[in-house]
Design a binder for this molecule. Structure first.
Ligand SMILES: [Ca+2]
Ligand SMILES: [Ca+2]
Length: 173
């Protein structure tokens, strides 16, 4: 094998291993567009616990930043629960919170990297209402029509994790 051929082979191999390495979702996450999602409907957790679960699983609590993304998640939730009746008590934590400044909703992301929720939102009518001055975490609330609501962070309920589609699988590369 000539040096040139050998070099090209190495280049192809390294390119291949990099692409394999980057084209993955964390285990059990489902790919949609540029992101991977995992809906947890059988583990009940406070908002803080849910965030930790997501971090351990390989992502973070989910942000929802477009109508398309919201409709995808809603369709996945309906697969879990069928069509929603008014009394279905299934609610899901998202990454939003106003714990830093009351009334200022932010995607909390990783430590110190929170950012203001601008653009797309899908609050239920009359929400966020900070009921009892104790609601600081963002959920999708079934009884409010699968729309956004602020709720008490310590309540244990379902949650949705999300990760970018570039998770290092560690299998190759
Ligand atoms: Ca609040
Ligand atoms: Ca509320």
């Amino acid at each position: 094998m000539s040096i040139a051929t050998y070099s090209i082979s190495l280049l192809v191999l390294s390119t291949l291993s990099v692409s394999l390495c980057q084209a993955g979702c964390p285990y059990t996450f489902k790919l949609h567009g540029d992101y991977c999602y995992r809906i947890f409907s059988k583990v009940r957790a406070s908002w803080f616990e849910a965030k930790t679960y997501c971090n351990v699983a390989g992502g973070d609590l989910a942000t929802i930043e477009s109508k398309e993304e919201e409709l995808y998640i809603e369709s996945e939730l309906r697969k879990e629960h069928g069509n929603v009746s008014a009394g279905t008590p299934e609610n899901y934590w998202l990454d939003g919170s106003d714990i830093l400044t009351e009334g200022e909703w932010r995607w909390m992301s990783e430590e110190g990297e929170s950012r203001l929720i601008t653009g797309y939102t899908r609050w239920a009518p009359g929400q966020p209402d900070n009921a009892g001055t104790q609601e600081h975490c963002l959920e999708i609330r079934y009884t409010f029509g699968v729309l956004w609501n602020d709720y008490q962070c310590q309540v244990q309920q379902n949650f949705i994790c999300k990760s970018s589609n570039g998770f290092e699988t560690g299998i190759i590369g």
